[in-house]
Design a protein around this ligand. Structure first.
Ligand code: FES
Length: 227
């Protein structure tokens, strides 16, 4: 296993995502979608519920939930869909990164497909493997992505050239009542990224991070996402 793991870690990256037809790529006919978590025990008290940014009890800081985007329109079908290319890890940031605010930028949503070789990373709320922050970690070969911008900071994904060294993310917003939404994404490397391939990590600041509570991130984001 050690030999196999070492071999996989040094195999040159092949951007399979460029060659395969994925349900999450390009600028297809995606819809703005209310965030409702999958019906899944891993989602705890939030399982199968709409996420509200003001609900710090159900959705506390430094926690995460599994979400499907794009939705089929049927939560049960979504929840049973094993395709990680439509799965996202919704993370409420730790308090030191603003996760304790009742604000939309307290949340980020990372693709469940590692940009190395497509295993499925998980949010680690402990600081066990990184001295400065909680991270998003892939169990297969140890790629670690930092929050909130999704740049890989360790492991084989961190050694890949941009844009294949950052995890795709969704653009979030909220309505006046605090319900969380996924804005219509643009799945290219200059915006939300290409699932299984990558994203220019600074698009978090320029496109993905909400500029203020209750809005999509920037005018660029609004034009790109909703146009
Ligand atoms: S698939 Fe290799 S580190 Fe994630």
């Amino acid at each position: 296993m050690l030999v196999l793991g070492a071999a996989l870690a040094i195999i040159p990256y092949v951007p399979w995502g460029q060659y395969l037809s994925s349900s999450v790529s390009g600028t297809g006919s995606y819809k703005r979608q209310k965030v409702v978590t999958d019906i899944n025990p891993v989602n705890g008290a939030g399982s199968g519920k709409a996420v509200n940014i003001n609900d710090l009890a159900t959705y506390p800081p430094n926690s995460s939930w599994l979400v499907t985007y794009p939705s089929s329109g049927d939560l049960t079908v979504d929840s049973q869909n094993p395709d990680t290319f439509v799965k996202w890890q919704l993370i409420r940031l730790p308090a030191e990164l603003g996760g304790d605010k009742p604000a939309v930028d307290a949340f980020v949503a990372f693709s469940k497909v590692c940009v190395h070789l497509w295993c499925s990373p998980n949010y680690d709320p402990e600081k066990s493997s990184n001295p400065t922050n909680e991270t998003y970690q892939c169990p297969c070969h140890g790629s670690i992505y930092r929050i909130p911008d999704g740049l890989s900071i360790a492991g084989p994904a961190s050694l890949q050239s941009p844009p294949t060294n950052a995890i795709p993310m969704l653009t979030l917003s909220s309505d006046s009542g605090g319900d969380l939404y996924i804005e219509v994404p643009t799945f290219d490397v200059n915006h939300n990224g290409v699932v299984g391939y990558g994203r220019y990590y600074d698009t978090y600041e320029t496109y993905i991070k909400p500029a203020e509570e209750g809005s999509a991130s920037t005018s660029t984001a609004s034009a790109g996402a909703l146009g």
